[in-house]
Design a protein around this ligand. Structure first.
Ligand code: NA7
Length: 544
């Protein structure tokens, strides 16, 4: 029985990925609350359950893409490669779920169809697709940031007679590309991972449809051996602490302040070692990369140079080299042999800005210049990011206000974690939190710990409701906009800007001020007795 007399649970959590699993552990095992997790899939894993496409791999290095809160989990798990492949991350989350005995509180294969705040009782009612409705005092969404796959509304998609799928809905059975004519649409982080894997699986031909070329840095993946592990384990706490105290959730050293005054030779000297090392260290070569056009242009030019060096056909290299946006203003991908793939005879590129896709036909893709025959079409076209899944859930707060209405002009939150008008609702990795601009598990731990501590504070002090004030929410939203406008992020159309989905309002969605600053802010809010929040002991007090 819930803390609030009569509720079925103290807390309902939606999602059993990295966030939901940890939130369940904290609320159940540390606070002793009754908790239920509702999960759409038939297993834990979240993102790593769904994204099973060939080449799906985490861009964070494995030893920092993990939980840091549990010594047993840390010490008893050894990653096999520098960057973990999807099956290994999924296995890790299964292992963590079993270690912490979490499965017994998770209802799998169940989807939330609506969630509504009941003002009279001050509780949440959550309905699911099996026809059940349950009540709880706290409602926690742990639904991920990239969990609502998006396929553009091409005419004729359903008419295609071959195999087709979105990368985020990849089938569980192996897919065989041998001898097949394959199309991949999209060259984001996902396209860049799947394209080389398809190309080397002996297709008759692979055609990539590109709208915006991307800057990708080599991952330089490799197996981790005992020596690597010894080094990591001997230093693990410090590495993780550094990651948690950093701007992006990575333990890497930031290089120099700026490249603005450097010659291109000096820039190359600074970048080349990081390029050779691979991964997101490259991103941290210059502190002002995302706020200074001159620095960014030099880094971008370095990357264009690498593309030109790698791709044999100069005309193709130019098509693959981005000219119209700055590096890392769209999510910067890592790659393994992506540009090299275009040197294969059986791979070609269609630039849809020159030659637009007109429609999908039963046997391929009709573009402006003719018909391309395919046996398979892979949509690597991204996600309705950050808000898509939340908006799908039909969430209703006080006074009948729906989340859809509230966010009509873009997301508004307080701290990316709470919403005015939606008492006792918490959004782990929500919009206006740093989430997607960070190594996710670091942000996830910050959010889960803050939400758990907040709930503990409420329970210990017999407070029934917490809700941010409108003023606090407006101030946070304004702060987000102002910080975003001081960066280069707002100079390009991207899913950070909500621009990838037609009809969504254009607004920068994650919190751009850095994980460290954000974490300090949320802790300070709590220390100041939940500044910006209204705390209500009991709904009777409200007199509504
Ligand atoms: P992204 O990064 O949103 O990439 C989607 C790609 O699909 C991108 O290249 C888009 O081009 C392209 N796209 C989208 N719509 C179209 C249409 N209508 N025609 C042609 N091409 C299109 O999604 P990902 O799955 O790659 O990555 C998402 C995140 O997952 C990633 O950042 C990691 O955090 C993990 P555009 O650039 O919009 O011109």
């Amino acid at each position: 029985v819930g803390a609030t007399a009569g509720t079925d649970y103290d807390a309902i959590i939606v999602g059993a990925g990295f966030s939901g699993l940890y939130e369940l552990h904290r609320l159940r095992d540390e606070l002793g609350l009754s908790v239920k997790v509702i999960e759409k899939a038939d297993d834990v894993g979240g993102t790593w359950y769904w994204n099973r496409y060939p080449g799906a791999r985490c861009d964070s290095e494995s030893h920092i893409y993990c939980y840091s809160f549990n010594e047993d989990i840390l010490q008893n798990w050894e990653w096999s490669e520098r960057y973990p492949e999807q099956p290994e991350v999924l296995e890790y989350l299964r292992f963590a779920a079993d270690e912490l005995d979490l499965r017994r509180n998770i209802e799998f294969e169940t989807e939330v169809t609506s969630a509504a705040f009941d003002e009279d009782s001050g509780t949440w009612r959550i309905s699911t697709d099996d026809g059940e409705t349950v009540s709880s005092q706290f409602f926690v969404t742990a639904v991920g940031c990239l969990s609502e796959p998006y396929i553009p509304d091409f005419e004729g998609i359903e008419s295609f007679e071959g195999f087709w799928t979105h990368t985020g809905k990849w089938p569980h059975e192996p897919v065989d590309f041998e001898g097949k004519r394959v199309a991949v649409i999209g060259t984001g982080a996902t396209g860049i991972q799947v394209i080389p894997e398809v190309a080397k699986s002996d297709p008759e031909h692979l055609t990539v449809f590109q709208r915006t070329p991307n800057y990708a840095v080599p991952a330089r993946n490799r197996p981790l051996d005992d020596d690597d592990w010894e080094l990591i384990q001997s230093n693990y706490d410090e590495i993780l602490q550094r990651a948690h105290d950093s701007g992006f959730g990575f333990p890497f050293e930031v290089g120099q302040e700026t490249a603005a005054d450097m010659t291109m030779e000096e820039v190359e000297e600074a970048l080349e070692p990081r390029w050779q090392e691979g991964g997101f260290r490259f991103l941290l070569a210059f502190e002002d990369l995302l706020v200074n056009e001159e620095t960014n242009e030099k880094v971008s030019e370095f990357l264009r140079g690498k593309i030109r060096e790698t791709v044999d056909d100069p005309e193709l290299a130019e098509k693959l080299a981005p000219k119209d946006h700055y590096y890392a203003t769209k999510r910067p991908p890592l790659h393994t042999d992506y540009y090299e793939t275009y040197n294969r005879d059986n791979v070609s590129l269609v630039d849809v800005t020159e030659n637009p896709i007109e429609r999908i036909t039963p046997d391929g893709v009709q573009t402006a210049d003719g018909h391309h025959d395919f046996d398979m079409i892979i949509y690597a076209t991204g996600f309705d990011a950050m808000t898509g899944t939340l908006l799908q859930m039909d969430i209703e707060g006080r006074d009948g206000l729906t989340l859809e209405e509230k966010w009509e002009d873009g997301p508004q939150t307080y701290l990316g974690l709470t919403l005015h008008g939606f008492p006792n609702m918490f959004t782990i990795t929500g919009p206006q939190s740093p989430s997607v601009l960070s190594n996710m598990p670091v942000s996830i731990e910050h959010h889960v710990e803050w939400v758990s501590d907040t709930i503990e504070h409420l329970v210990d002090n017999d407070i029934q409701l917490i809700e941010p004030t409108k003023a606090a929410e407006e101030a946070w939203t304004t702060h987000n906009r102002q910080v975003a406008e001081s960066t280069l992020y707002t100079t390009v159309d991207s899913w950070y800007m909500n621009e990838n989905i037609p009809d969504k309002p254009t607004v920068f969605t994650p919190y751009p001020g850095g994980v460290d600053l954000y974490h300090d802010t949320i802790l300070e809010v709590a220390e100041k007795g939940y500044e910006g929040f209204e705390l209500t002991e009991s709904v009777q007090q409200l007199g509504r």
